[in-house]
Design a protein around this ligand. Structure first.
Ligand code: SAH
Ligand code: F3S
Length: 481
């Protein structure tokens, strides 16, 4: 049957057709660190201007992007399993394209196209602005790869589309890459040299988030204390900076101060701190501002000086203790969390005991504990044999986890009986008559909803706890929202 349109309707229908053609569904999935989740929001923003809508339904996707992690072998295995699932979907949606982003893309480059037949596109962490061109390539039936690392890309000019957001907390990236070259770590290879983002663009993003109703930001970097803005460029090129650039440079402590002042009611967190770069200036800035949370994620990796040296961690365990003592002196209720690796090459029982001794000394609020996983290309992989048997690594890991569990309980209990400010982030997973939020120290708290709203800062009297959750009752709003 033939339909006759008048010209204007026909025009409209053509543009609608074009619109529909241009509106494609992007399904994006992130693995690994917070930086990857933050990068996916940048990617979604770049692709929104190309007519892509994000969808939560894999079955509806025209383009599937997976933002990957290479930090341990298991992280890569998880991604490869996920690609198998995408393959099954692709059988039903042959036009669906699949792209791999992030650290695995950077580490494996075009090899990924050979190893995983489903992959059409491989894009490294510094190449996301090239996605529109790369997508044109795959649309034309060609494979596309861009894994070029950059000296100055920080995506500071891109306003991220917030994905899976609770509308209350957001990540804001402040540096990219890492220059530290810890011998076990693949990040310097996959994310390139360290560079910092323009502080003004960070402050603008935080203000914009406040306007949109967000009440907490986490400033992200592989090593936030190393943040240094002197007009752009790599951190390692700072030695070539002019006198003027040196005089006006902004370090991490200055940045924290700027953000805390610009958004005085926004809660501010940051991660990760590297003990070798964290100084007293940062701790004093934290103490000065009530809106900077009292929590520091301070990975130690090992308690043995010999192992720290072999890991190229540029501090001793004595210097680490001194830092902990200073933190506790300046901010007595500051929570401290850690990352620890067990079974690094040559680790002896004595080294392991030294790590347990650090746990005993600090009594961390919580931590992330891993068995060493050799990563191809790292200095440890090239120079050292992965000689601690897997069952020994696992046994040491279990011992560390068991001790940490005791300390979690000890620290969580310290909040019981106190009134604490909780920022409401969502419903309690177990009971939807309760709100869930966190205190300044990053401990989860639940309490009856009453008339409080998402995003409210509420004073909560803590009357009970499990090892990781505080249970309480609201006593009133803590500040006007
Ligand atoms: N500075 C980074 C560290 C990234 S990796 C940050 O922002 O968090 C996170 C943690 O993974 C490290 O602190 C380390 O404890 C662990 N890790 C890194 N490489 C590892 C490896 N090869 N095997 C086991 N754990 C590793
Ligand atoms: Fe990795 Fe060490 Fe940097 S753990 S991210 S090389 S600080």
């Amino acid at each position: 049957m033939e339909k006759i349109f008048d010209e204007s309707i026909q025009g409209k229908s053509l543009s609608l057709e074009k619109d529909l053609k241009n509106k494609r569904n992007l399904y994006i999935e992130s693995f690994g660190c917070a930086m990857n989740f933050s990068d996916s929001e940048i990617v979604a923003s770049i692709l929104a201007t190309e007519g892509f809508n994000t969808t939560q339904e894999l079955e509806e996707a025209d383009l599937v992007l997976v933002n990957t992690c290479s930090i341990r072998e298991k992280a890569e295995t998880t991604v490869r399993k996920r690609l198998e699932k995408f393959n099954a979907i692709k059988k039903k949606r042959p036009h669906m394209k699949v792209g791999v982003l992030g650290c695995m893309a950077e580490r494996l480059k075009s090899k990924l196209l050979e190893e995983e037949k489903i992959v059409d596109m491989v894009v490294g962490p510094d190449a996301y602005k090239d996605l529109p061109n790369l997508i044109q390539e795959i649309d034309a039936g060609r494979e596309a790869v861009n894994v070029v690392l950059s000296k100055d890309e920080t995506y500071g000019d891109i306003s991220p589309v917030r994905l899976n957001s609770n509308g209350v907390s957001a990540f804001v990236s402040i540096t990219r890459g890492c220059d530290n070259m810890c011998t076990f770590c693949v990040v310097p290879f996959t994310r390139g040299r360290e560079r910092s983002r323009d502080p003004q663009s960070i402050v603008d993003e935080v203000n914009d988030l406040w306007q949109k109703g967000y009440r907490e930001v986490t400033l992200l970097g592989q090593n936030v204390d190393s943040y240094l803005w002197y007009g752009g460029g790599l951190k390692k090129d700072f030695e070539k900076a002019t006198e003027m650039q040196i005089a006006t440079a902004v370090d991490f402590s200055d940045l924290l101060d700027m953000v805390a002042k610009a958004a005085p009611r926004m809660r501010i967190r940051f991660s990760t701190s590297n003990p070798q770069d964290m100084g007293l200036k940062v701790i004093r800035t934290m103490a000065k501002h009530v809106n900077i949370c009292n929590h520091i994620h301070l990975p130690v990796q090992s308690g043995s000086n010999r192992i720290l040296k072999a890991m190229n961690r540029l501090h001793t365990i004595e210097a680490y203790y001194e830092l902990i003592d200073n933190i506790k002196k300046i901010i007595p209720d500051c929570a401290i969390s850690h990352d620890i690796i067990t079974g690094f090459p040559t680790e002896t029982e004595e080294d392991h005991q030294a790590t347990l001794a650090v746990l005993e000394y600090v009594k961390y609020d919580y931590g992330y504990m891993f068995a060493y996983s050799e990563r191809p290309g790292t200095l440890a992989a090239r120079k050292m044999e992965d000689d601690v048997p897997s069952e020994v690594k696992q046994r040491r890991l279990s011992e560390i986890i068991a001790l940490q569990r005791e300390h979690c309980m000890f620290r969580t209990k310290q909040h019981v009986g106190k009134v604490q400010e909780i920022l409401i982030e969502g419903l309690s997973k177990k009971d939807n008559t309760m709100w869930m939020g966190r205190n300044s120290q990053n401990v989860v708290a639940v309490f009856p909803k009453e008339t409080y709203k998402l995003g409210d800062f509420v004073n909560v009297r803590i009357h009970d706890c499990t090892s990781a959750t505080l249970i309480g009752e609201a006593v009133g709003l803590s500040r006007t929202n």
